[in-house]
Write a protein that binds this ligand. Structure first.
Ligand code: FAD
Length: 343
């Protein structure tokens, strides 16, 4: 059993920053994430994209922000259970919660902070019979390491930001034209990106197929061809090394949806007038996973929510103590030794 002060479900940017804010109050944290590495959406979806709205950083790559957050949390030695999904929560008579993972790992703490973002990542998949046969054998739902794909014949499907951004990235960093397939000619992505796509098409760096769909995949053990059907034209087979169907992630809360929490539109309702606590006292929800009037799904909003949530967590853990907040410029960063380790 892992024992700690705060169990944090989700090691995305908001979960990671919670460790820092809790650490300033000498509270220990243990993070659980179903993904084998920390960083949430930033690591999984867009590690190489620059973010422009983190205060104090005119521009920072998402992956770099995650590294910085890990470094900032380091003095407080958070524990990690990675690659395991938090499945159940049980309230004990002594007031503690036990959170158990898909692998049966048990964690105990008087407070739980859910920073589960969009929930477990489930890419929206196209309906193609042979799809599962080619997953990770030429079909990829995310671009984790772009340099692995340079010099390869790439096709991307989708009309949102992710599809457009990666098509532009590869067209600009690649000597081979990149294919982009979209089922209409109306793109959901940013207007500037759409203009850029048409520019790159004119330069021959993007092969654009609108009113088109990938309807079949061919190859032996590895993807070799995609079959593209364009409206009013015959289907054609195109040789490819990789095909990225980037149709977004379906927002599924996963097991958290069964924890007895008040849910509204796939998000957990919280009290935003005070501390982002849920309808279960001692359980908080912060970052993309929560909802309240005026909610914005932005990293900096999640950081603010984390800062307020740990104030109440402290009062639950130490009901008879009073914490006086001091600026970090005054008190510095006084870390502590790890003791939320697996036993
Ligand atoms: C392409 C793109 C660009 C973006 N650009 C910006 C931007 O410029 N600025 C900005 O502020 N925001 C941006 N965002 C939004 C930003 O990424 C999110 O607001 C942020 O990731 C939310 O952080 P989080 O920690 O709340 O959740 P997430 O980053 O979603 O992390 C949640 C973690 O919880 C884990 N998890 C969920 N359920 C469980 C469970 N049951 N058990 C274990 N683990 C679980 C998930 O695996 C995940 O790792 C962008 C998003 C995308 C997709």
């Amino acid at each position: 059993m892992i024992q700690t002060d705060i169990i944090i479900v989700g090691a995305g940017p908001v979960g990671l920053f919670t460790v820092f804010e809790a650490g300033l109050m000498k509270l220990k944290c243990h993070l659980i994430d179903v993904i084998p590495q920390a960083g949430g959406q930033l690591t999984e979806i867009y590690p190489k994209k620059p973010i422009y709205d983190i205060p104090g950083f005119p521009s920072i790559l998402a992956g770099q922000l995650v590294n910085n957050l890990l470094k900032q949390a380091e003095p407080f030695h958070p524990g990690f259970t990675l690659g395991e999904r938090a499945e159940t929560i049980e309230k004990q008579e002594d007031g503690n919660f036990i959170v158990t993972t898909s692998e049966g790992t048990e964690h105990m703490a008087p407070t739980v902070i859910i920073a589960g973002g969009l929930g477990s990542f489930e890419p929206r998949k196209p309906k193609i019979d042979s799809l599962s046969h080619f997953e990770k054998k030429g079909v990829e739902y995310m671009v984790r390491e772009p340099k692995n794909f340079i010099g390869k014949k790439l096709f991307i499907s989708g009309g949102g930001d992710s599809a457009l951004d990666w098509a532009i990235y590869f067209a600009e960093n690649h000597s081979i034209p990149v294919g982009l397939v979209h089922r209409t000619d109306m793109f959901r992505g940013h207007k500037d990106s759409v203009e850029k796509i048409y520019d790159l098409q004119k330069k021959g760096e993007i092969e654009l197929f609108t009113h088109a769909e990938v309807i079949d995949l061919k190859g032996e053990n590895q993807l070799e061809q995609i079959v593209v059907k364009q409206k009013d034209k015959n289907a054609i087979e195109i040789n490819v090394d990789y095909w990225f169907p980037l149709f977004g992630l379906s927002p599924k809360l996963g097991p958290i949806a069964n924890w007895g929490l008040e849910i509204e539109k796939n998000a957990i309702k919280v009290d935003n007038t005070l501390d982002y606590q849920t309808n279960i006292p001692g359980v908080f929800a912060i970052g993309d996973v929560n909802t309240y009037p005026g909610k914005l799904k932005l990293i900096l909003c999640g950081f603010h929510e984390a800062t307020l949530a740990v104030q109440t967590a402290y009062k639950i853990i130490y009901p008879n103590k009073r914490f006086t907040m001091k600026y970090t410029t005054v008190q510095g960063i006084q870390g502590f030794e790890p003791d939320s380790v697996k036993v």
